[in-house]
Design a protein around this ligand. Structure first.
Ligand SMILES: [Zn+2]
Length: 82
């Protein structure tokens, strides 16, 4: 079930949600990505749910990066997708 505070970038920033990016193909992760950068690039109503981007973690990797969200103080990140 999708929490209402993951509705879009601006809402996640307002709720201080941590987002990690992960590529399962090359097994690379970037933790606690800066949502303000995404907001500046895509707008505050940009929605990361069920969204993937081309992997930039490893040169030549053909994988897709998935996003995970975690409530501050939460135990583990959850995939942003159904
Ligand atoms: Zn990758």
């Amino acid at each position: 079930m999708r929490p209402s505070w993951t509705a879009d970038i601006a809402t996640m920033i307002a709720h201080n949600v941590r987002v990690d990016a992960r590529c399962p193909t090359c097994d690379s992760s970037k933790y606690d990505i800066d949502l303000h950068v995404i907001e500046a690039a895509k707008g505050g109503d940009y929605d990361l749910w069920n969204r993937t981007t081309a992997c930039t973690f490893t040169a030549g990797c053909q994988g897709r990066v998935h996003f995970k969200y975690m409530w501050r103080g939460g135990m583990w990140p959850r995939t942003m997708g159904d």
